[in-house]
Design a protein around this ligand. Structure first.
Ligand code: B1M
Length: 211
């Protein structure tokens, strides 16, 4: 079987040891890391999402697949990072309050760091004030927010409101992303930018940071 297909299928089975082993094999065979990520790991997770929505599988299965996803991502991570790159800008990043999904946000974090940004990763379930307080304290020019739940998308708007209340919205720009987020939603809540995937988030952050 095709190696990337095997990675995807092992991830769907929640077999983290196998995903780690196959991801390492793909790296050793010289496959492009982005291809392993997109066509192996993310492809497998997409199937899990569809099966979960169709009630064919349940939360514990999704958790096992998430663990398998991390087994692969941990091996790919060093390949996306570059050592000793001087910082080209500061980004405060997190998953918004009420949302515990962090796989996509962590990918955005890895890729931004790889592109030379200094990232203050606040993790998941981050209260709106914490995004703004951290950006102010660290003098970061950009706040990046991720959400996977339609119910927590409005929390991104609250961050933007706080920036306006503190008169910081000209100085600190915002980018939003995640499965239920769209350019329309970004416009609606007044975000400066929308990123549809991790690679696009990097290009977009570069654009709004002017680097
Ligand atoms: Co949950 N979950 N989950 N889940 N989960 C979804 C999101 C869901 C769509 C599944 C479904 O019904 N088909 C659904 C949301 C429905 C909705 O709101 N419309 C859902 C639900 C309902 C839930 C619970 C409520 C289930 C429950 O408890 N009954 C619960 C929520 C708990 C909470 O957060 N309060 C829950 C829990 C979980 C797990 C903990 C089991 C696990 C998360 C583990 C973890 O993250 N550590 C999990 C998972 C894994 C998923 C699915 C299957 C996969 C998500 C994922 O990691 N995808 C997901 C189904 C799906 O999305 N198809 C689902 C891979 C990842 C690489 O993609 O995160 O989209 P993604 O990131 C992409 C882009 O979106 C973008 O870049 C990445 C790709 O390069 N991106 C950005 C992301 N952030 C960005 C930020 C940017 C720019 C781009 O700029 C700042």
């Amino acid at each position: 079987m095709d190696l990337l297909k095997e990675i995807s299928e092992s991830l769907q089975k929640g077999d983290d040891a196998k995903v780690g082993e196959l991801t390492q094999k793909a790296i050793d065979e010289g496959m492009v890391p982005k291809e392993i990520l997109d066509d192996g790991l993310i492809a497998g997770m997409d199937v899990i999402g569809k099966r979960f929505r169709a009630h064919e599988i349940f939360l514990p299965d999704v958790l096992l697949s998430a663990r398998a996803m991390y087994a692969g991502m941990d091996l790919l991570k060093p390949l996306f990072l570059r050592d000793e790159v001087p910082s080209i800008g500061k980004v405060v990043l997190g998953t918004v309050q009420g949302d515990l999904h962090d796989i996509g946000k962590n990918l955005v974090s890895i890729m931004l760091k790889g592109a030379g940004f200094e990232v203050f990763d606040l993790g998941k379930d981050v209260p709106p004030e914490v995004f703004v307080d951290t950006a102010e304290r660290e003098e970061a020019g950009i706040i990046g927010m991720s959400t996977l739940l339609t119910t927590t998308a409005p929390a991104m708007g609250r961050v933007i409101e706080i920036l306006k209340e503190r008169g910081l919205n000209d100085k600190i720009k915002t980018i939003v992303g995640g499965a239920p987020v769209s350019q329309d939603l970004a416009n609606e809540i007044g975000a400066d930018a929308y990123g549809y995937d991790a690679a696009n988030a990097v290009d977009t952050v570069r654009g709004i940071a002017g680097v």
